[in-house]
Design a protein around this ligand. Structure first.
Ligand SMILES: [Zn+2]
Length: 440
């Protein structure tokens, strides 16, 4: 067997094709010719995405003792986006080709030549294009009824800061976490699910005393690495980029982008930013309500500062897929070497032969037992056993269980064949040993 670590490097086409073929991700509105920048998740994609999001919630919320979850509405009062600066400044520079009318993000192309029609000198001045999707709430369409599909989940956290402090009065530092959809009207969505118009975020606002932001920031860097490791991403493919001052948002005193070696190159996977008291300060100014935190020791109240780790679900999923994808040429198979806890299917069960009722009955019994215990269990009796293994390898199922005649009688009665995905090694286990193995 080749060293799996050197047999990787799938192309983007490999991932897109596997994702579509095996029911992970489809182009959005595909049957009507699609809708640019949108993607739909099929049965295995939903499972993988939820497993990533649940792992995140467990690591950062359930396993921590100072984290609180929130789930704010997607539609928010327009004052949120005025106060945050999104209405005025959440823009990308848009240029249009006077020849082919193609529209592009000025900072993403060489404007001396149109990337669509090839003409030179067809671009004029860029104009600032606001990326928020605008809508109206209620039957009257006027300036007062304007709302937006939120372009980030973060503001839904900040607007609930005071609610949570009033309800729980947590000690500082503490964090608020949220997962949910966000929307950006990208000028040029691209690279599969990497940059789409509708996506999902997992964000934390971690509130600290202004004097202690540095140690909190360092602790978050370490936590981010724990996260990328749990996703199965090789450490050498994850890179910290210290964002220089002139590239940072004006309110941020320090930002570290975590980049990953995707098939499209080294790109941002997630970001960690020190946002000072910028957001709570804005809310305080525009709403007229105090955002001060009153320390329990009676010392002077202050507006907390914030460290923000911001994760994109789709980018995490794309990184997971590309790290897991393995073209095992020795065994002529494609394998998704997903971490067990992320695999959409935990184990597949099949009878050696589907025309032997005694095998099928026993296999059904074991299937029902495992299903009750683990939920995500597949029944597969199509084709021969070799083909079943290949199919399960391709969707990342860690184990396949086969019920054969030895299960029914003889010295191995009561044992099943368990085949391991990455090594293809097979072993015979009793059902309680199998359950222990799957629990690990
Ligand atoms: Zn053109």
């Amino acid at each position: 067997m080749k060293n799996p670590d050197t047999a990787n490097n799938p192309s983007m086409e490999d991932l897109v094709s596997l994702a579509k073929r095996r029911g992970f991700i489809y182009p959005g509105s595909d049957v009507y010719g699609g809708l640019s920048g949108t993607w739909d998740y099929g049965p295995l994609g939903v499972a993988l995405k939820r497993n990533i999001m649940q792992l995140w919630w467990k690591m950062f919320v359930d396993d921590a003792d100072n984290m609180y979850g929130v789930d704010a509405a997607i539609l928010m009062n327009q004052k949120v986006w005025q106060a945050s600066g999104h209405v005025d400044t959440f823009t990308d520079p848009l240029v249009e080709c006077s020849n082919c009318k193609g529209r592009f993000r000025e900072d993403k192309i060489d404007t001396s030549r149109c990337p669509n029609c090839g003409q030179k000198g067809t671009f004029g001045e860029a104009r600032q294009f606001n990326m928020m999707f605008k809508t109206h709430v209620g039957p009257v369409q006027d300036d007062n009824s304007i709302s937006y599909l939120r372009p980030e989940t973060a503001q839904g956290i900040f607007t609930n800061f005071k609610n949570v402090v009033d309800s729980f009065y947590p000690d500082l530092p503490f964090g608020l976490a949220q997962q949910g959809k966000a929307f950006r009207n990208e000028i040029s969505p691209r690279d599969f699910i990497f940059r789409s118009r509708e996506f999902e975020q997992m964000e934390i606002e971690y509130f600290v005393h202004p004097d202690h932001w540095q140690e909190a920031f360092e602790a978050w860097i370490a936590k981010v690495h724990e996260w990328t490791e749990a996703l199965g991403l090789p450490a050498e493919s994850v890179h910290e980029l210290e964002v220089p001052e002139n590239d940072r948002a004006h309110y941020s005193k320090r930002t570290v982008d975590f980049e990953y070696d995707f098939p499209i190159g080294r790109e941002e996977l997630l970001g960690l930013a020190y946002r000072t008291d910028f957001d709570l300060g804005n809310i305080q100014r525009v709403s007229g309500k105090t955002m001060e935190y009153r320390p329990k020791d009676g010392s002077a109240p202050f507006v907390p500062h914030v460290i923000e780790p911001s994760f994109g679900v789709e980018r995490a999923l794309m990184a997971v897929l590309s790290a897991a994808y393995w073209n095992d040429t020795d065994n002529e198979r494609i394998v998704l070497r997903l971490p067990k806890q992320l695999a959409p299917v935990k184990v597949a069960v099949s009878p050696l032969l589907k025309n032997k009722p005694e095998l099928v009955a026993k296999a059904r019994e074991i299937y029902a037992l495992l299903k009750k215990e683990f939920g995500a269990v597949a029944w597969d009796d199509n084709g021969n056993v070799g083909k079943r293994y290949r199919r399960q390898d391709e969707i990342g199922t860690p184990y396949c269980v086969v019920i054969d005649f030895d299960t029914l009688e003889g010295e191995n009665a009561g044992t099943v064949t368990v085949r391991e995905r990455d090594t293809t090694a097979q072993m015979r286990l009793k059902t309680d040993e199998l359950i222990d193995l799957l629990r690990k």
